[in-house]
Design a protein around this ligand. Sequence first.
Ligand SMILES: Cc1cc2nc3c(=O)[nH]c(=O)nc-3n(C[C@H](O)[C@H](O)[C@H](O)COP(=O)(O)OP(=O)(O)OC[C@H]3O[C@@H](n4cnc5c(N)ncnc54)[C@H](O)[C@@H]3O)c2cc1C
Length: 370
Amino acid sequence: MKVVVIGGGIIGMLTALELVKAGIAVRVLDKSHPGTEASWAGGGIVSPLYPWRYPPAVSALAVMAQELYPALAAELTGYSGIDPELTVCGMLMLGADDARDAMVWSRKYGRRIHLLQGHALAAMGDGLAQFNDGIWLPDVANIRNPRLLQSLRRTLEIRGVAVDGGREVVSWERVGNRMRAVRLAGGETIEADQFVLAAGAWSAGLSSTLAGPMPVRPVKGQMLLFHAPDAGLRHILLHQGHYVIPRRDGHILCGSTLEETGFDKSITAEAAVDLHAVAAKLVPSLGAMPPVAHWAGLRPGSPNGIPFIGRHPEAHNLWVNTGHYRNGLVLAPASVQLLGDLMLGRKPVLDASPYAMLDMRAEDQASSSS
Ligand SMILES: Cc1cc2nc3c(=O)[nH]c(=O)nc-3n(C[C@H](O)[C@H](O)[C@H](O)COP(=O)(O)OP(=O)(O)OC[C@H]3O[C@@H](n4cnc5c(N)ncnc54)[C@H](O)[C@@H]3O)c2cc1C
């Protein structure tokens, strides 16, 4: 069997790894440089922010993926020699008013959570005495996502998977209810037995040439980077939806904005000011320090942040793995395992129904007619 994966982000490349491990011949096509879009731009927190605020379909994937990450990081490091720096640093959520929901969620999913106040909270970092309470998740990790992508791409190449940049898929060649080939900008066609659509924020454009629109949309996120090895930041800190993330090499990421501005990836002075203020509030020494970089990426937004994982309703041999919104880096290992199960006829590791395109479309129709 030969599979073509459209999209070389974390989802597309990790899908390719899942398939090649099962002995499938895979090729990855990307319109630009693989691993340089949302998966590169993200913060690499290996947890949803405020995980209890997401539907169970997201928690189920997240909890499973968190268990898979250490072995995945070790496997990729072993193959590629590039360590993606999975680092368990914990995540401290400040000023959140839903601690009760957090505790209920932690019991349901078996995640450790502690409520911190007073001295215990202040001891977690400089400047934290200003907050009254915090929700502490000690087991949350962050991963250095640009290195994860390099490591993954190298691993795929070592395992014989071609990961081709500069290959934009623009349409499909279809025979009845099967796809025969993809057509690239420039006219070349590439045939395969199965196809996987993992084009992130761009997935809806390719899907819409087939059937009704897939509700995946770009949601811009801007991020600032500081180099502050002496800042003493040890944990991910989260306040009112914004965060700082410590990397092993002394860099600190501060994110992020949520902007519905279409496929525009420009950065803005306003976001730089706002994010710098967030950074200074959470790590006071960053207030006087200029950021060393500022960038934006496009998340694949989806209804309730639930990704689409499964067969496309219009074609027997077209599969989708997209719409991971704010959580593609954390969800990826579980998401690709589920898709692999469905494609290869294995017993699904999770109930796949919440992620089915058909169900989501039916739900959308029901809500629009009510
Ligand atoms: C600022 C920011 C912070 C984030 N922080 C986190 C975080 O801390 N933790 C977390 O889990 N997630 C985070 N995310 C979300 C996460 O980055 C995304 O959910 C994830 O990267 C989506 O992966 P993807 O592979 O679907 O998309 P992408 O990485 O965007 O990859 C899609 C690929 O498809 C290619 N493509 C598109 N159209 C075509 C075509 N027609 N033909 C061929 N190739 C095509 C693109 O070039 C691209 O390389 C963040 C995102 C942003 C922007």
